[in-house]
Design a protein. Structure first.
Lengths: 254, 168, 236
């Protein structure tokens, strides 16, 4: 309404506001460009995008969904961390607490686990879609490799997280998995010893997986994601070339 | 655009002072990096483990009748006594680490994960305990070294493998 | 037929300034955009609002499903008792199914490493960049190669009793052989398959195998990794 408009424009004219937000309302193309170009979170994006890349059928927004799922996982994960002790057998008791004693604990845990499985599926879907569209071809080879690394990081994140509830499902999935690692010649036993912090899946293993899951792998993921987004822009953006679906009516060639 | 190239191609193979310092610095960085990696690896590799002791006592031999398999779940060991003597078998399947189960009605040891089956060594079977009957396990169940203590009890050392039967 | 020149010849656009300038554009000089720019929109608001909507749609779906279905939690971890069956998370179940046929080193280390290496190497194999269909040239020779490869692969898999891998291989192989007989005069799905390049077939085979392995590992394996029909309870 008019009063809200007035209030907002008066707010925007204050010195405090102008010290924080410097560009003014994004109503001209110049200020709209600045909204992206001058923003620390968004400046990896281009100021303008091609019309083709906005269409759902161009990418099905698979890459975006993967990233959004990552964000959901970080938020729900941090919240869950407030109630979780990475100790044996306290971890299991904390899972029970989350389910029965913590307000919305069930919901947050469900959300975290669902987003985790969805993210693994989305990463695979995104990879296969990029492949079938030829989005790995020159000059995008390196970005494809970064994508494969992100796939591995996602799988590792999911796997390390799988142990944390410390239930039968978790314990034996990790026992079998680390058993496979020891099948590697020469280094297998040493790698298993390092990963578990010992010879058996016990409290050391839980702590190590917890640190990997909550600190190391998310940091690696954030760095790789930043590179991945940056490379998309530097390599020419989405949906370029003969492989893109667009006004030509979907003539797809691989 | 960049600083002018002053170096002429070196005909005599002599090392310039600039090259020397560059190489020394890189080598120093490399050594520091390698050292950091080794130190980190050592840090991450635990020296003290709060796990069960690998050596344990299994009690008086008379606790175990002849031609029986007695699982000791806490130690992950089967004590097998045949006419030939005592064996201490690992309960951990050699395929991927699942815990096997003793099936007396079928006279064999079976792994629930992928269906490996092992000999119990009890009659009428003539094979050694732990040899594989079928399944994806690559090796037989390992035997641990068994000894008698001075006061007449069985002692098992899980850190040592042995193919000797303990005669009592 | 192969064009050995690594440049393209064209005319400069401004005929007044450059009455007879010929332009040489060498291939692969730099990582430049190769495509029509087309119509553009400001990122804000067009892209950002679409992304915001996508995020909200995702959030709604996630929240609704999380409110309806609970994540599982089994009993406290017991190192002495292995559950039967002991299954990995779903994205590793394909691997676990493969473990049923091949030793741990092969199924657990070798094959996954080879898959990762193959994935990484895909863009650097600059073969068939234009995406020529598999049957475009040397039809008979390629048919023989395909038949030979399929035969060797099938024998190898059958020797190891790896039915779960063999079945999708035969399926995709059959499709590939069928596509040989497609023709432009008969449009439809046969023609779609006829125009697929080798890379498409290899990836489709890989996805078919991975999908089959994962589905079997998830739904058709019970205690002792024995075969079960998912609609029958355990032990039936």
């Amino acid at each position: 309404m008019a009063t809200t408009e007035q209030f907002l424009s008066r707010l925007r004219a204050t010195r405090v506001w102008k010290s924080v937000f410097r560009r003014g309302p994004a109503r001209t193309n110049r200020t709209r460009s600045l909204a992206v170009f001058g923003n620390i979170f968004l400046h990896a994006l281009p100021a303008k995008v091609r019309e083709k890349s906005l269409r759902v059928r161009a990418t099905y927004y698979l890459g975006s969904f993967t990233f959004f799922l990552f964000i959901v996982l970080v938020i729900t994960g941090v919240l869950l961390m407030f109630y979780y002790h990475p100790a044996v057998p306290q971890a299991y008791r904390d899972m029970k607490d989350l389910r029965f004693a913590v307000a919305n604990g069930v919901f947050l845990r469900n959300l975290h686990r669902l987003a985790a499985h969805a993210m693994v599926a989305a990463v695979f879907a995104h990879m296969f879609h990029v492949f079938y569209r030829g989005g790995y071809k020159s000059p995008r080879e390196f970005n494809w490799v970064v994508g494969v690394l992100l796939l591995l990081v996602t799988l590792f994140l999911s796997y390390t997280g799988y142990l944390l509830p410390w239930d039968q499902l978790a314990y034996w999935a990790i026992t079998v998995g680390t058993g496979i690692i020891s099948a590697m010649p020469v280094l297998g036993a040493k790698i298993r010893f390092l990963a578990l912090g010992g010879n058996q899946v016990g409290e050391n293993a839980l702590l190590r997986f917890y640190v990997l899951h909550c600190v190391v792998l998310p940091l690696v993921a954030v760095v790789l994601i930043a590179v991945h987004f940056w490379r998309v822009q530097k390599d020419g953006g989405l949906t370029v070339g003969e492989n893109s679906r667009g006004e030509d009516g979907g003539q797809e060639k691989l | 655009m960049s600083e002018p190239e002053k170096e002429k191609p070196d005909q005599t193979g002599e090392v310039t002072r600039r090259d020397f310092f560059n190489e020394i610095s890189l080598a120093a960085l490399g050594i520091a990096g390698a050292g950091a990696a080794v130190v980190t690896y050592n840090f991450l590799s635990p020296n003290v483990l709060f796990e069960q002791s690998m050596v344990f006592r299994a009690g008086n031999p008379d606790l175990y009748p002849v031609d029986t398999v007695t699982p000791l779940p806490d130690q992950q060991v089967y004590i097998v006594r045949t006419a030939a003597g005592f064996y201490a078998l690992s309960t951990v399947c050699t395929h991927l680490g699942c815990i096997t189960q003793w099936k007396p009605e079928a006279n064999l040891i079976a792994c629930p994960c992928h269906g490996s089956k092992f000999n119990s060594g009890l009659p009428p079977s003539k094979a050694l305990p732990g040899t594989k009957i079928e399944g994806p396990a690559p090796l037989p169940l390992p035997h641990f070294a068994m000894t008698m203590t001075a006061d007449g009890e069985l002692q098992v050392d899980k850190s040592q493998k042995s193919d000797q039967v303990l005669k009592v | 037929m192969a064009d050995k020149k690594n440049y393209e010849a064209g005319f400069s656009s401004d005929a007044l300034k450059n009455p007879q300038r010929i332009v040489f554009i060498t291939k692969k000089t730099s990582a430049k955009v190769r495509g029509d720019v087309g119509k553009q929109f400001m990122t804000y608001p067009h892209l950002l609002l679409r992304e915001a909507i996508a995020f909200q749609v995702l959030a709604i779906v996630l929240v609704v499903v999380s409110l309806l279905w609970d994540a599982p939690l089994e009993q406290l971890a017991n190192p002495l008792v292995t559950p039967n069956p002991a299954k990995a998370p779903w994205y590793f179940l394909g691997l676990q199914e493969l473990l049923h046929y091949f030793p741990p080193f092969v199924a657990g280390i070798l094959i996954p490493s080879l898959v990762v290496v193959a994935l990484v190497v895909i863009p650097y194999f600059n073969v068939n960049v234009k995406g020529e269909p598999i049957w475009a040239t040397n039809r008979e020779k390629r048919l023989l190669v395909v038949l030979g490869t399929l035969m060797i692969l099938s024998v190898f898999l059958a020797y190891f009793d790896a039915w779960t891998v063999l079945a999708p291989t035969i399926l995709i192989g059959g499709l590939l052989l069928l596509s040989y007989f497609g023709a432009p005069e008969r449009p439809g799905w046969t023609d779609y398959f006829r125009t697929r390049p080798v890379s498409w077939w290899v990836m489709t085979w890989f996805i078919a195998v991975a999908l089959t392995l994962t589905l079997v590992g998830t739904f058709f394996r019970g205690p002792g990794w024995s075969w079960v029909w998912p609609w029958r309870p355990y032990g039936a």
